[in-house]
Design a protein around this ligand. Structure first.
Ligand code: ADP
Ligand code: MG
Length: 256
């Protein structure tokens, strides 16, 4: 293939083919991830192609061992594919060096951790400021405040984690994932350890961020009532996508 008189290599051609839609924030093309354990090879991902549009909320389901976490690690730039292409927000991250990958991850990916990973001695504000290495103190505080405001915690910024409910601690974790204005928000079983009330609170916030602010969300879950809140459900089996359906999402009631 030749573009403007320049001959392209095979990899570049693939990239051109998969990357012509600006509205796609994620494009996976025939991605594999092979783990070698001595003599044995495990294809955690066995050829996955997936396109996610900006502003979509997608749930990933599937039995244990089907490749969900491997997929999330790939999407979150914690790992690179063994083969295949990955475009994230216009950047080809398929075969990047570790340094470049870390840089893209810091800029474009927000992770919501299952345990929220809050530092107990720091206030909500200081926890949310942590990912911000650059800018002066004033800028950092302002951005952290904005993120906390987005999750409805503007009146709790000086509280420490023990002074917050489980659901509020989750909101701080989400604010920290948001503070760098990432292209995608990823959550691997975010409510796995939470009681019903906190789960509802967290799912409400995530759905609000998606619907009001257009944030792209991908959430791994094995709970059908959580998947029901997404507009799209991708089901995995044996490292492949078995099913990919769009649906009318259940709206979560605002917790009282
Ligand atoms: P899920 O999150 O759906 O439970 P995973 O992505 O964690 O599935 O795992 C998919 C498959 O890849 C499993 O068979 C698992 O044992 C294997 N696997 C995952 N991570 C590793 C690793 N670091 N080394 C070797 N095998 C792995
Ligand atoms: Mg997993």
């Amino acid at each position: 293939m030749e573009v403007a008189g320049v001959k392209l290599g095979a990899a570049e051609e693939v990239v051109r083919i998969v990357s012509n839609n600006q509205d796609n924030v994620i494009e996976l093309f025939d991605v594999t991830k092979i783990y070698r354990m001595g003599e044995i090879e495990v294809a955690a991902l066995a050829g996955v192609s997936l396109t996610v549009e900006r502003g979509e909320m997608t749930a990933i389901m599937g039995p244990s061992g089907s490749g969900k976490s491997t997929m999330m690690n790939m999407l979150g730039c914690l790992d690179v594919p063994t083969s295949g292409e990955y475009m994230l927000d216009g950047e080809n991250v398929g075969q990047m060096s570790d340094d470049r990958l870390a840089e893209i991850r810091n800029r474009k990916v927000g992770f919501i951790f299952q345990t929220f990973n809050l530092l107990p001695r720091l206030t909500a504000m200081a926890n949310v400021e942590l990912p911000l290495q650059y800018g002066n103190g004033h800028d950092r505080r302002e951005r952290a405040f904005r993120a906390l405001d987005q999750v409805g915690l503007a009146d709790r910024v000086h509280h420490k984690p023990v002074e917050l409910s489980g659901g509020q601690q989750g909101r701080v974790g989400i604010a920290r994932a948001l503070v760098k204005d990432p292209a995608i928000l990823l959550a691997d079983e975010p409510t796995g350890n939470l009681d019903t009330r906190s789960t509802q609170e967290i799912m409400w916030i995530i759905q609000q961020l998606n619907r009001q602010s257009g944030i792209t969300v991908i959430i791994v879950t094995h709970e059908p009532d959580i998947a029901a809140r997404a507009a799209r459900v991708v089901t995995m089996r044996d490292g492949t996508i078995l099913d990919d359906v769009r649906q009318e999402p259940d709206l979560v009631a605002e917790p009282v």
